[in-house]
Design a protein around this ligand. Structure first.
Ligand code: DQA
Length: 151
């Protein structure tokens, strides 16, 4: 078991509305079921997740300001903030923890404005268009990174 196995799983704006959003794009899990599945993936990988979702940009910024006290790595799906929030980018940078960006949908193959992410270059990797399974890939990438830096 990794000594540093605490993962903050952060969801941004509108993501608590999953289930009501277009299932063709986002799948049919609601936010509660999504977090349950992520919790199952984390348990299989011996990671300890903690979940946070907000529709208020300042709240995710403030969470990121103190995340280093409670987590060793970050999975983040900022929702639409992905495409324009330099405030979240700066706070994620400040957190200085390994982070993986996840999108349920394939942001490269939707509207033009979704193609740009302002956080991808400060993340270990981006997983996009894999639905809920993308979170498993993200957790695996974080576990590998934490294992590599542990020794
Ligand atoms: C999303 C993609 C974003 O473009 C969108 O605004 C979301 C969800 C995704 O998970 O596919 O709210 O981050």
């Amino acid at each position: 078991m990794l000594a540093h196995n605490r993962i903050a799983v952060l969801h941004g704006v509108n993501l608590e509305q999953l289930g009501r959003r277009d299932p063709e794009i986002y799948g049919d899990l609601d936010y509660e079921r999504l977090t349950q599945r992520i919790g199952e993936f984390a348990a299989e990988l011996e990671l300890s997740p903690q979940f946070f979702q907000t529709n208020f940009e300042g709240e995710i910024v403030e969470y990121l300001h103190r995340v280093h006290d409670v987590a060793d790595g970050i999975v983040i799906n900022p929702g639409a903030w992905t495409h324009y929030s330099y405030a979240i980018r700066d706070a994620l940078d400040l957190a200085a923890l390994p982070a993986v960006e996840v999108h349920l949908s394939d942001i490269q193959n939707r509207e033009e404005f979704r193609r740009r992410s302002v956080i991808s270059d400060i993340c270990l990797t981006t997983v996009s268009g894999q639905g809920v399974d993308g979170y498993r890939l993200a957790l695996e990438a974080l576990r590998d990174d934490l294992a590599a830096t542990a020794g």
